[in-house]
Design a protein. Structure first.
Lengths: 340, 340
DNA sequence: ATGAAAGCGCTAACAC
DNA sequence: GTGTTAGCGCTTTCAT
């Protein structure tokens, strides 16, 4: 690899002068600067970050640590948001994966520390609380989609799912719906509780309730080996003499199964039954017909926010708050307007 | 950050001895080794990769360059495959994104060179040929999902889509299907041509043909702003007095639209019409009911293969071939067995 | 405006 | 079995 001395030799100056040109130091003659710049371009010189790291103890690298290489591409938009934002900075991204194993997590921290990352963005697939030892107190860290481990304070970025649910319920009620059902997420994941509670609160605000018989299971089983049962439970429900006019679904996959269940019975969405999803997984929501009204998880924004916070954190301390990111209701075709 | 000298001081030895312990050099007394190891753990010492890079001109970092931060998570499994494989090595991954812009691509190469990456894995979202200047001849590179730019030879990893199509057609014919239709991909993407040609060849092998009236458009418009029209075209087709018994779809999204079209007409899959997708986008294929029979793109395997090749490439030259990765037909519920 | 020397963290080569 | 010296690519400090 070509180094600063090669450039210096070609330009006929000292290495120090090349360094000055590279860093736009004013105190260098215009003619010299031109000669050096030419040499840099000609040789394709790029400063060695390893050497820079040794000089000023800043690597210019941010570690991105994820917990699971999941088989489903749920929260990859967080990564996309991070990448999109990082491109506008001078930082680079080193990605590591804990695979959910504490031991692997320790290896990851070692790897990141070896590269002397300036800070770490820790991203989890599903919203959850971190276990002791998952983070490293010696490294500046921003959490995304998760809560700090007990006894620890760390800035963390979360989706405001309750807000999103409020908006979805408002939309359904405004469209004239009063008979409301829900197809739950797998209870083993944290979002299951968050969303169901949010739905009940939002309904209560409109003096509406969720009848037990219209609150169905959508997915079951151990995490990552869970089975979707929404097709079966919704099929049963839709065979009853009386059923809800709209079905809120724990996520878009459950909504797709609900749609399949309706189709299997020869029913139409939304004329026979309305559907509202959650997540805004666009490969489902924008492609199925009718398109699916849903609550979008602001993953991309959360990734961007993480980059913003991480830069502040590198400069100095940052408040160790939960930073809530708004969830928006996306109105599409699967919610019928019941108003006359 | 704690350095090798801090460890040496605590252990009461020279820095060189610490280095020997870190690298498992045999020529060090057991007692000394124990003392040094203790000091390392106690201080949480991790060797500085920047310093290592300067010593042996090997960064232990592999650059992963992608072209597009797409809004759809298509080929992210390639990245997952890369990550899963890299974890078993001593390499780290630095990710950069060209966003499809040649200028941004040049910035990315600079960034990777600055970190003195040992090699680069260049991944494209859609199969395509690279444009001049997208790669950098001074950096060892493996291509994934794309072909080298004209006049350049580079090892590249591709999915064997023709093989996958053969297998899908074999399955459909074995299930007794003779009336076969096709819903095309957006013709602006390379896979559109590859898949349609592969389908026609595979059918010809069984003395079957694809009637023009059963060959529909599935998506149209400029790339990344394309519109899916499969819902409309399939709806039209299914209203005809005679229609195919099975519809091959350019990808799983198109298949989801075909399913929606059938549902909209009150038809059942697969009893009224069979469907075969492409890609194996599991959020669709495993969730919709019936589950979708499809051809899986071996993205995960391709990522793994890339890591294997990149390691060989770092050691020495690698044949600049296209490395084809097999596509498998995934049999699920959407193909009806027509045999008596 | 430019250069020389010293040192960042680490190890190869050579002592002892 | 262990320590010393020198130098990797670069910048800081101090000359010139």
């Amino acid at each position: 690899m070509v180094g600063i001395k090669d450039v210096a030799a070609v330009a006929g100056v000292s290495d120090r002068t090349v360094s000055r040109v590279v860093h736009n130091d004013k105190r260098v003659d215009a003619a010299t600067r031109a000669r050096v710049s030419d040499a840099i371009v000609q040789l394709g010189y790029v400063p060695n970050r390893g050497a820079l790291l040794m000089r000023h103890n800043r690597s210019g690298v941010i570690g991105v640590m994820t917990d699971v290489v999941s088989t489903t591409p749920y929260s990859t938009d967080i990564i996309r948001g991070i990448q999109a934002a990082i491109e506008k900075t001078d930082f680079s991204i080193l990605t590591v994966n804990t695979a959910g194993h504490p031991e692997q997590a320790r290896r990851c921290w070692r790897e990141l520390k070896g590269h002397r990352v300036d800070a770490v963005i820790f991203v989890t697939m599903f919203q959850r609380q971190l276990a002791p030892g998952e983070t490293d107190p010696s490294v500046k860290t921003i959490l995304v989609n998760c809560h700090p481990e007990p006894g620890t304070e760390l800035p963390h970025i979360l989706p405001d799912e309750a807000l999103g649910m409020d908006r979805a319920v408002d939309a359904a009620v405004a469209a004239g719906h009063r008979k409301i059902g829900y197809v739950r997420l797998n209870p083993t994941i944290m979002a299951a509780d968050i969303r169901e509670t949010a739905l009940r609160r939002a309904l209560a605000r409109h003096d509406l309730a969720l009848p037990a018989k219209w609150c169905l299971s959508g997915a079951e089983g151990p995490i990552f080996r869970d089975k979707f049962v929404a097709f079966d439970t919704v099929t049963d429900l839709l065979r009853q003499p009386e059923s809800p006019s709209v079905l809120f679904c724990g996520n878009d996959e459950i909504a797709l199964q609900a749609f399949s269940a309706a189709a299997g019975l020869g029913l139409r969405v939304p004329s026979d039954i309305s559907l509202i999803g959650f997540d805004d997984f666009t490969v489902v929501t924008e492609i199925m017909r009718p398109t699916l009204s849903t609550v979008a998880l602001p993953y991309f924004d959360m990734g961007r926010k993480a980059v913003e916070l991480v830069q502040e954190l590198i400069e100095g301390p940052v408040a160790t708050l939960p930073y809530l990111t708004a969830c928006h209701y996306i109105s599409r075709e699967s919610l019928r307007d019941m108003n006359p």
